[in-house]
Design a protein around this ligand. Sequence first.
Ligand SMILES: [Zn+2]
Length: 310
Amino acid sequence: MNRINGICRNFLWGGKDSYYRAPAVSWDRCCIPKKEGGLGIKDPKTWNKALFGKYVWWIASKKDHLWVKWINHVYMKGTHWTSYSPPHDCSWSWKKIAHTMETFKAAYVSDNWLGTSANYTPKEGYIWLRPSPPQVRWWKICWNTLNIPKSAFIFWAASLGRLLTRDRMLRMGFSQGVNCYICDEVLEDHPHLFYKCHFSNCCIQLLHQQLDIRLDPTDLVNWYNRGRKYSLLIRKVVVACHVMLTYLIWHTRNKARVHHQVPYPTLKRDSQQVTIVRVVIECLKFLEDQGNKIAFITVNVNLKLSRVFF
Ligand SMILES: [Zn+2]
């Protein structure tokens, strides 16, 4: 199961069955639901344990089953399952089931496992076994149906503060400099790169101009949740553009890092405006390419959103 978990993890981060760098986000985190800040991937190892839980439940509930009778006759010999430990010379599969019993003992004691459910299901067992951190506020924005997967993925990693910005690389002992690759003026961390950097600020301002909307990008979650002024579709389009912009800023930053040049801040005002317009157009193009026709039409026919809908 560890090997299967490893292949899944490597494929997520590298697109292959082998990946030799440290993943930006832990596999445990990836395997929690999207609402709680994960990717909603089902962890094969935990799922396997939850499936084994079915056998434990049969034994614990003394199910009238030939296999349970056989187990009781051969191994347990009348011992209560909560105080049973397997012999050293028993089969591999029985050892695994006995090991799962150990895990489920806690549920039996603290959650009154047998009393709360008429019948055990692996789904219930999986929910009980997996970690459950509190819900994150940005999950609806990140997994908005108008987002394209790769921009949602970068937005997800950025929201967790897990992109390899220079402040993080420095803490890990990899980076020789700390200044932002784009502006080369201040420490490159997540807030600077996506909100405070001159380049990001220009992009955000122009996007807001084009969408004819005013909002604080650091308050996007509240704006989306509160937004009674705008329909859900408009809010989805606006946050999709912001999510795409996060992706494009990260993409621009990576290009600046590889090519050792910082093109945008050194450009003259006119050229810079053209560049930023291109960024917005790319936002729209990405939406169109992904078949988000409603979003594309909404934004492209008339960028004045209020005039389109009100
Ligand atoms: Zn900067």
